[in-house]
Design a protein around this ligand. Structure first.
Ligand code: ARG
Length: 422
């Protein structure tokens, strides 16, 4: 059954991804000492590792739980932090995915390829090295259309230091949003602030279109570097799918497209209490993210009125359900076009069934799947998927997960106490 509290649904309209988590409000509870808190989160993570059928072997290799915990405690005492082994990093990143309450694609968590780039920022030309690694990530993730899930993990946060690497971009591939004189936006309104910032930093896009790729803006040790115009130099890195409709040729005139790889770059990953402020990751798209949100939301591309026009629908009243009919055809176009282009895309029915199978498999292992109902139910035809008819406990596993974080890092910044942010 759907939750009674429908204010939950609002989150879906204000946020824009299917993988995010919220953090439970911990207000009222006295905060433990930072070091003992870190130790407790390390222990929480190691417990998950110890109970995993494969990962426990990695723990055995470093002398078992007790000995690893002792080493971690000593390191925390000396330095205020601790360092993951390569195997902890790999399992931890996968577990952070499995713990993401809002993600419907979690059944794939074990297949995540984890790239250990924790020391890349120490190279002579750090910006070049980082840009190169991210280009490789994008190319390998696209993988000729058979999209592969990858995470690139950069330096962890150190107490008292500015983050070694961060990026201003929400995703590595995304469209700019240009403010027009008449107050309208050309492109993605969600990118307005970043587009303004890039232009202020000296970005000179050769053309301004509804689909102009944004450049990358890194922040190394708190300092913004030069804008990286990766896609101007290598347009083929920005893989896109042009949208056509399986029957309606008039749909082509809308000139719609979307990019192939959703690669989130501004979330923090936490493993056993250690924060990785830059750990860009990708999966593949579920069609509705594009067809029922990015292109359809009234505060995003808002294309339904144009779709209705090419379909010849009567839009004189909401009760003709012209929006609903246009929405279905737009979503058919997204799935059809990705399929034609040979680019992986999930549909909400298949992903819904796969998620249901995942829940059942986890239950058989005595693991309770946490989830955020309002995100796991797709934005169209929700009642036709199993998630809609389930209830989920939305408690967020704190020690290992993905979190929103402040977009403008300052070395001395203190947490605002917002439950959605680290
Ligand atoms: N919803 C976001 C977008 O439309 C992407 C979030 C991640 N999605 C995913 N399938 N891994 O761009």
């Amino acid at each position: 059954m759907p939750p009674k509290n429908h204010s939950l649904i609002e989150g879906k309209h204000s946020a824009d991804a299917s993988v995010f988590n919220d953090m439970k409000d911990m207000s009222g509870k006295p905060q433990p000492e930072p070091q003992s808190h870190l130790r407790a989160e390390a222990q929480g993570f190691l417990d998950s590792m110890a109970s995993d059928k494969n990962a426990h072997q990695a723990l055995d290799r470093v002398g078992g739980m007790e000995s690893r915990l002792r080493a971690i405690s000593d390191e925390i005492e000396q330095s205020g932090t601790y360092t993951h082994t390569a195997e902890e990093l790999q399992f931890g990143a996968r577990l952070a995915w499995r713990n993401s309450n809002r993600c419907i694609g979690r059944h794939l968590w074990r297949s995540l390829e984890v790239r250990d780039l924790r020391t890349l920022h120490t190279e002579d030309d750090a910006t070049d090295a980082i840009t190169g690694a991210l280009k490789r990530h994008l190319k390998d993730a696209f993988n000729g259309g058979r999209i592969k899930s990858i995470i690139s993990v950069f330096a962890p946060r150190r107490p008292g230091s500015a983050d070694a690497v961060r990026i201003d971009n929400h995703q590595l591939t995304r469209y700019a949003g240009f403010r027009l004189d008449d107050g309208r936006v050309l492109g993605d309104p969600d990118s307005l602030a970043l587009t303004d910032a890039c232009l202020a930093q000296g970005w000179k896009p050769s053309t301004q279109t509804p689909f102009t790729p944004l450049p990358w803006q890194f922040i190394l040790e708190g300092q913004r570097t030069r804008i990286q115009e990766v896609f101007k130099e290598q347009p083929d890195l920005f893989q896109e799918v042009h949208l056509t409709h399986p029957e309606m040729s008039s749909f082509d005139a809308l000139n719609l497209k979307w990019y192939a790889v959703p690669l989130l770059a501004d979330m923090a990953m936490k493993i056993g209490g250690i924060v990785y402020p830059f750990a860009p990751f990708n999966g593949y798209y579920m069609g509705t993210e594009i067809g029922a949100r990015n292109l359809a939301d009234q505060h995003r591309y808002n294309v339904l009125p144009s779709v209705a026009k090419v379909m010849g629908l009567d839009d004189s009243s909401n009760r003709t359900l012209w929006r609903d009919r246009a929405l279905v055809e737009l979503n058919r176009a997204v799935l059809h076009s990705f399929d034609q282009a040979g680019v992986t895309v999930g549909d909400h029915h298949a992903l819904g069934e796969q998620f249901e199978a995942f829940c059942k498999a986890e239950e058989r292992k005595d693991r309770d799947v946490k989830g955020d109902w309002s995100w796991l139910s797709p934005p169209i035809s929700a009642s036709q998927t199993p998630q809609f008819h389930r209830e989920f406990d939305n408690e967020v596993v704190q020690h290992t997960n993905f979190f929103y974080q402040h977009s403008n890092p300052k070395p001395t910044e203190k947490s605002s106490g917002c439950p959605f942010h680290l």
